[in-house]
Design a protein. Structure first.
Length: 92
């Protein structure tokens, strides 16, 4: 029987020069120091997401990821205006 995969975090990188988003999985054991030194994060409650329609939950989480990427980039994605206006009205 194969050993279970270790717990991993997802690293999302916006490669502005290539114009693409790159998703990596990184062992959680390797990201603790980074998380400790980083902004406290957006922390949506899984139970609050689970009661939403799946499309709405995906929209909220995906919108938050894109908004953070846009906030942290030099060359803006330009995709988050609608999400940011809705985020001001609602909890993630």
């Amino acid at each position: 029987m194969a050993a279970p995969r270790p717990k991993e975090d997802i690293l999302v990188h916006y490669d502005e020069e290539a114009g693409e988003l790159v998703f990596y999985t990184v062992p959680t054991s390797a990201t603790g120091g980074l998380r400790d030194k980083s902004f406290g994060g957006i922390r949506p409650s899984v139970s609050k997401l689970q009661v939403l329609e799946p499309t709405e939950a995906l929209y909220r989480v995906g919108g938050a990821v894109l908004a953070l990427l846009d906030l942290s980039s030099i060359k803006k994605l330009g995709l988050t205006t609608e999400f940011m206006s809705r985020a001001n009205e609602n909890d993630l």
